[in-house]
Design a protein around this ligand. Structure first.
Ligand code: FE
Length: 206
């Protein structure tokens, strides 16, 4: 198998009561696993099977003949990233350095928060809300379906999955409540800060 399903960075019930074990069993074990399995089926025996997910996404992103490969590769990457964006006992405010950077680029943490909730709640249908580093600036974006900042040349720092499969068992149609909970209780801010440090290192080296 070329691509494999990464293990969750915590046990399936570790995010309870905010995200249930049932949600994670289906979301990771069925949805994420299916993207990886479909991708393996699509690239099996082709030179594309040797790429990393990031390389594959960049290679096929504008190719109308490889939309299925893009969708499954991007979803495989987005989900692996999303699991790392959460941690038990996470959420609340970021540490000092990241907190100061967010306050500067968004004119305050509350503005960051309301923009992120707005992007996540306002995404029509399935998709993702993101904090990205784009041309040296922190920005909030949303992508639909399998869209990923990698394809836009942006560095992903934080994401919230707003496909219904991410929250429907626990929050039904209340996407806004799920997003508020995600920020309040689950965000792995040290992980986000490491992404920013790495993104700035890459940008400086480029
Ligand atoms: Fe998902």
């Amino acid at each position: 198998m070329t691509f494999s399903l990464p293990k969750l960075p915590y046990s399936v019930d570790a995010l309870e009561p905010y995200i249930s074990g049932s949600t994670l069993i289906y979301h990771h074990g069925k949805h994420h696993a299916a993207y990886v399995d479909k991708l393996n089926g699509l690239v099996d025996g082709s030179p594309l099977a040797d790429r990393t997910l990031e390389e594959l996404i960049l290679e096929v992103k504008d190719d109308p003949d490889n939309v299925a490969i893009f969708n499954n590769a991007a979803q495989a990457w987005n989900h692996a990233f999303y699991w790392n964006c959460m941690t038990p006992n996470g959420g609340g405010r970021p540490g000092k350095e990241l907190g100061e950077r967010i306050a500067k680029d968004f004119q305050g943490f509350d503005n960051f928060r309301s923009q992120f909730v707005g992007a996540a709640s306002g995404q029509f249908g399935s998709g993702w809300a993101w904090l990205v580093l784009d041309d040296g600036q922190l920005r909030i974006t949303a992508t639909s379906n399998a869209g990923t900042p990698i394809a836009q040349g942006q560095h992903a720092l934080l994401t919230c999955d707003v496909w219904e499969h991410a929250y429907y068992l626990d929050y039904q149609n209340r996407r806004g409540d799920y997003v508020e909970m995600f920020l309040e209780k689950l965000v792995n801010w040290p992980f986000v800060e490491r992404q920013l440090v790495e993104a700035e290192r890459q940008a400086a080296a480029a």
